[in-house]
Design a protein around this ligand. Sequence first.
Ligand code: V47
Length: 356
Amino acid sequence: MLQQRVIEKIRNAERLGQEEGESLYDLDLYTLGELADSIRRQRYGKKSFFNINRHINPTNICADTCKFCAYSASRKNPNQYTLTHEEIVQIAKNSYANGAKEVHIVSAHNPQAGLEWYLGAFQKIKEVLPQLHVKALTAAEVDFLSREYGLSYDEVLDRMIESGVDSMPGGGAEIFDEGVRDFICKGKVTSEQWLDIHRKWHQRGRMSNATMLFGHVEERKHRIDHMLRLRTLQDETGGFNAFIPLVYQKENNFLKVKSFPTGQEILKTYAISRILLDNIPHIKAYWVTASIGLALIAQEFGADDLDGTIEKESIQSAAGAKSSNGMNLDEFVGLIRNSGFDPVERDSLYNELKAY
Ligand code: V47
């Protein structure tokens, strides 16, 4: 039977393909959880990683029209804003003073802002806070800047490094399947381009993350395909730190979704990603989209990282997530400990900073 063969292969640390990956969803939740958990425990024991970080979303004016997005200014969200460099630097300074080790800076694709507005902010942060890790610009933003200002991807990536960007976040990946992608975010960076931008970034010796937006109109087979395309690139470059399955949030947007994934389906997706992505070190249960309760349970289904304290979050909270004011550090650490895991503060590149 396919299922028995697949379980055997996982226990022998053999790789699975598309069809085998899809068949994992047919396993019962506990069998799948046990398989993913044994991989997670072999690698990290009971450690659960998090960081003290600050999300900054400097503008919500966007040339693109992704149906799932509630963040960009539109007729459902008429309040446009663009922060000045001074405001961005002030936020970074305050967060640093409060213990943040990383700023995660992601914007919409604002054609009025200018290349210097995008890149100058990183430079100014680094001038005053050279130790603060700047994780900034998704591959979708890199593609936007390249098109808007007639630069090649190589040129944009080099300018990012000159401006002080340390690593790239994993946003903009959505779902790689071209049919689904066309339906949910036509006109944005293509799947091939997204992968190519990360390849080029990794070739510069830099690290990044990869996300997958799921629980909307995609099917299970599209999630497996997405993971396998990432695994192939990771074989080539080794530049991904973490894979982050993002659970779709349904409020205030233009994507009409009939049914939403159950908790079981979400946990299975974390577990399957741990099993399939044998070459990506960390699986992040981003508590913002999973909800903190499910993210804590996901620690037993393959996830070893819960992202961070965040402080403020505007993208998913616009679509209904309960994350607009981040998470208190003491509460976060207490929740991880009380769920049976050992909280470990990490830096952006997963060096361990403090065991709580
Ligand atoms: O790419 C937009 C997603 C992403 C919705 O790299 C939505 O460490 C759910 O990429 N429901 C941006 N998600 C955020 C992101 C991220 C987050 C945390 C950590 C890291 C990392 C990266 O937000 C976008 C898009 O897929 N998003 N709208 C929505 N309605």
